[in-house]
Write a protein that binds this ligand. Structure first.
Ligand code: GLU
Length: 481
């Protein structure tokens, strides 16, 4: 049975990289008819941010990432918030002391500091020196018991076996070998009895029967410590899969300085959840085909850990915009109008029918990234008081006598038939331009500016057809007067 988990720490808003980790877990679970668990890792109380868990859950819900178990949905393996499980970790930590794979250490902060300084001065990497510090081994059993009886401040450390390499297979990275000498005697339980991330993480993955640990590459260096913990407990290992980092275009770690990184920012900018999810799925994974636009169901069936890349994945904001536009073009006009109409109402824009709004969307959706841009970009459809033209364009238009002449001809011969077909419209604009010796282009561009007060937009015929004859004539008259 596949059981995976997404285990965020509630230290802030949900990061786009975490969204991808959650997504890969959820796709993997769905693809294997497994279970996806949400577990909140809030053991580090100094970094705890009130409200962060709720925000993260809300962002995940927005993205349509569902969990079968978790603090918000319940389940048989709960509680799913680590701060509600502290006595479980204490009990398991003590189990390791009893079986000899962990020990009590009584060093003060000052003693640890001195040790670090000694090591630095000697040019060796800082590491807990079991033989010279004050712990169960150097003090002996009798002294240890005496200190415990006095309730002397202490931590529980893992007794990392010396000099042996740690090897494991990672589903993404292949064979990983870590020199055992580089691993510190990890603290498992702190002096206040609270667990560290490592202990809580491993105990929970075991108790929650997690089969695959799919998480960000930044946790790869912790994995040997986790493996030692599994061995100390005598537990079976899960499959590990570390997914690559998300990078900026310059291959630095994705950060705020280069653009949005929090899911809430992408929500605020107006991306479709499915477009963001589709794009994020492709950051570090590919189906091995040319396909880029995937439905959620297609992602669930196509996703595999074998096709997750080892190399860091560049997050390309332009590609995301392209993806959003693909979804904008593929979403039904009914659905889009349902979203756009309230936005128009907010701007106090008017329109006759929902059909009209749908037609505006149909005309403009190729040209925008976000549906909301249509409110601004297509304002001339929803209001007759147009944005003022820029001064330069205005003076060019006003001083162009040929243009005025052509416009008069255009207006005087304007009728419903002109707007009835593309051909009739072309013939009429051509005749109007010629009447004053203007080239077609030299007439069409100003005509668009006068009708829409913009330099670009959908085809002019389509635009004017949708506006209707009366509104077009009114705009031409307003200009001429
Ligand atoms: N709590 C860790 C985080 O915030 C999770 C690490 C893991 O998945 O094991 O990313």
């Amino acid at each position: 049975m596949v059981r995976v988990r997404f285990a965020p720490s509630p230290t802030g808003f949900l990061h786009i990289g975490s969204l991808r980790t959650a997504l890969y877990n959820s796709l993997f679970a769905k693809g294997h008819s497994g279970v996806c668990v949400l577990r909140i890792e809030d053991t580090d109380r100094t970094r705890f941010v009130p409200g962060a868990m709720e925000e993260q859950i809300e962002s995940l819900r927005w993205a349509g990432i569902e969990f079968d178990e978790g603090p918000h949905v319940g389940g048989q393996y709960g509680p799913y918030i680590q701060s509600e499980r502290f006595d479980i970790y204490a009990q398991y930590g003590m189990q390791l002391v009893e079986n000899g794979t962990a020990y009590h250490a009584f060093d003060t902060a000052e003693e640890l500091d001195n040790m670090r300084q000694r090591q630095q001065a000697a040019g060796i990497a800082p590491k807990y020196d079991r033989s010279s510090m004050r712990n169960q081994y150097t003090l002996g059993e009798h002294e240890t018991q005496r200190l415990l009886g006095e309730q002397a401040e202490h931590v529980i450390r893992l007794k990392v076996p010396l000099h042996s390499d740690i090897r494991f297979h990672d589903a993404v990275r292949g064979e990983v070998i870590v020199n055992g000498r580089e691993i510190d005697d990890q603290i498992l339980l702190k002096s206040d009895g609270f667990p560290t991330y490592h202990l809580a993480n491993v105990v929970d993955d075991h108790l929650m029967e997690i089969s695959h640990v799919i998480r960000a590459e930044e946790w790869l260096p912790s994995t040997p410590k986790h493996i030692l913990l599994y061995e100390a407990f005598g537990w079976e290992l899960p499959v590990f899969a570390h997914v690559p980092l998300l990078l900026n275009a310059d291959r630095s770690k994705m950060s705020k300085r280069h653009g949005d990184v929090m899911v809430k920012d992408f929500i605020a900018r107006g991306y479709f959840p499915d477009a963001l999810v589709n794009y994020v799925a492709l950051c570090g994974w590919n189906a091995g085909t040319e396909q880029e636009v995937f439905s959620r169901h297609e992602l669930e069936t196509a996703f595999s850990l074998e096709r997750v890349s080892k190399a860091g994945a560049i997050f390309d904001y332009k590609k995301l915009d392209w993806m959003n536009n693909e979804y904008l073009k593929a979403t039904s006009l009914d659905e889009l109008a349902g979203v756009l109409i309230p936005m128009l109402a907010e701007h106090k824009y008017e329109f006759t029918t929902a059909e009209f709004v749908k037609n505006v969307i149909r005309l403009l959706r190729d040209r925008v990234t976000f549906l909301s841009e249509i409110v601004e970009f297509g304002d001339y459809f929803f209001s007759d008081s147009l944005q003022p033209l820029d001064a330069e364009t205005e003076s060019q238009l006003i001083t162009n006598t040929q243009l005025k002449q052509a416009l008069q001809v255009f207006r005087d011969g304007f009728s419903e038939t002109v707007l009835a077909s593309h051909e009739a419209f072309t013939a009429h604009t051509q005749a109007s331009a010629q009447a004053s010796g203007l080239k077609m282009g030299a007439f069409l561009k100003p005509l668009r500016q006068i009708i829409t007060h913009r330099n670009v937009g959908a085809e002019l015929f389509d635009t004017m057809h949708l506006l209707g004859m009366n509104r077009c004539i009114a705009r031409i008259n307003a200009f001429l007067s």
